[in-house]
Design a protein around this ligand. Structure first.
Ligand SMILES: [Zn+2]
Ligand SMILES: [Zn+2]
Length: 421
């Protein structure tokens, strides 16, 4: 192919095994979101830049250096959505969904965009499935979200491969105290922090925990802990959530420095980490955001949400789960005289929802068998002059190589028994 037409870096085509797992995650997520009473919402990919700057926070890595932003032809600042929450909040307000309890619990599945340096595991277009739950500050809501995610991971078969990490980032009442302690700590160790962190200090000091610089990470080990400054209400929220998780046997640990990379979080936040992929190991995360709705000019409405990173979950599934083999058949015919006969048989097979590849158009029988092999079908159904005359087919098990003649009326039964004697 001419290189001028090649994919952009960080953008990928999804097919084959990856797409199988992609659909599995999407379908499982949708099933549980519906069982838990969420309604689906499809959101625009392009939004005003201001929505994300305000929602995610000026000090966040996303806003500082990762947004796909540009001016449209009307000279408006627009951005391809880097995450889902800000858009759902906007949609919630813009469509007056507050007045309709049916739409207080929303879920979305779709592509997100971040102009990150495309290293391993970092895509510029990636996909997330997420939920947002408006209207309650109860820790029961936090728990319901986490329990739903737990059941999704269970059904996907990876719940024993992940850890839930939980923390509280405090509220309007207690976070300001913590931020001032943290700022004093920062200033005492000013020279040990990188230039990015110095910028973070002035925008939102909590964001220094997002820094991946080893020197900063090391210095932060001795930073004041947020749990020491949490107010009683925030403590109650964290304790209630973790009690409920313990009772439900959802394994978790509390990590003092977990703040998640977004400014809108308040109180409980969490992350799900896969025990295998190293630095990129968070496959899902979320938390409470009690101020975001009012930040966008709405009433004061508490909310909670989380999102699953689909691509990272695909990696986890590929490492742990074998792709199931589909029942599939290749229809081969000895000569063009049997083509119509083989099409009749294809009808019978497809009526039973058996995946059927008709190969009569591909050269002679040996060529057809080669293609059948490459397609990885379980059986080849072969028809020749004799089969046509006697209303039979030759059935070849592609794994064992065994071949039998089978009357057409017995073909489906034979295939369903999945074996030849
Ligand atoms: Zn608090
Ligand atoms: Zn740093």
């Amino acid at each position: 192919m001419d290189e001028r037409f090649s994919r952009l870096r960080g953008f990928i085509d999804i097919y084959g095994e990856d797409l199988y797992f992609f659909n599995l995650i999407e379908n499982t997520f949708r099933k549980y979101a519906e069982i838990y009473g969420f309604e689906e919402i499809k959101l625009p990919i392009l939004e005003r830049t201001e929505l994300f700057v305000r929602g995610i926070g000026e000090g966040s890595d996303i806003v500082r250096k990762e947004m796909f932003s540009f001016k449209d032809r009307g000279n408006r600042d627009v951005t391809m959505r880097p995450e889902g929450t800000a858009s759902v909040v906007r949609a919630f307000l813009e469509n007056n969904l507050l007045n309709d309890p049916k739409y207080h619990k929303l879920f979305y599945i779709g592509a997100m965009f971040r102009a990150e340096r495309p290293q391993a595991g970092r895509l510029r277009q990636f996909h997330q499935a997420g939920v947002e739950w408006f209207g309650s500050d109860s820790p029961l809501v936090d728990f319901e979200n986490i329990s739903m995610l737990w059941y999704i991971l269970k059904e996907l078969g990876i719940s024993d491969k992940v850890d839930f990490i939980v923390n509280s980032v405090g509220c309007d009442k207690c976070t300001p105290n913590y931020k001032s302690y943290l700022t004093s700590f920062f200033d005492e160790h000013y020279d040990k922090f990188c230039e990015d962190c110095k910028e973070r200090r002035n925008k939102n000091i909590l964001r220094i925990f997002d820094c991946k610089n080893p020197s900063c990470q090391n210095t932060l080990k001795n930073a004041p802990k947020i749990k020491e400054t949490l107010c009683d209400n925030c403590k109650y929220h964290l304790d209630t959530l973790t009690d409920m998780m313990s009772k439900d046997k959802i394994p978790f640990s509390i990590e003092d420095n977990l703040v998640r990379g977004l400014d809108y979080y308040t109180r409980n936040v969490f992350e799900v980490r896969y025990k295998g992929i190293g630095a990129q190991n968070a496959i899902a995360g979320g938390g409470r955001y009690n101020n975001l709705v009012s930040e966008f000019g709405g009433p004061s409405i508490p909310a909670f949400g989380f999102a699953i990173g689909i691509e990272r979950t695909i990696i986890t599934l590929k490492e742990n789960i074998e792709l199931p083999k589909k029942m599939s058949v290749a229809l081969c015919s000895v000569s063009s005289k049997e083509t119509n006969f083989s099409l009749e048989i294809a009808k019978i097979l497809r009526k039973e929802k058996i995946v059927t590849h008709v190969l009569s158009h591909i050269g002679n029988l040996s060529k057809q068998m080669k293609v059948a092999n490459k397609l990885g079908v379980k059986f080849a159904v072969i028809v020749g002059e004799e089969e046509f005359r006697e209303k039979k087919v030759s059935l070849k098990d592609m794994e064992t190589g065994k071949q039998n003649t089978v009357p057409i009326e017995n073909l489906i039964d034979k295939l369903n028994n999945k074996g030849l004697e």
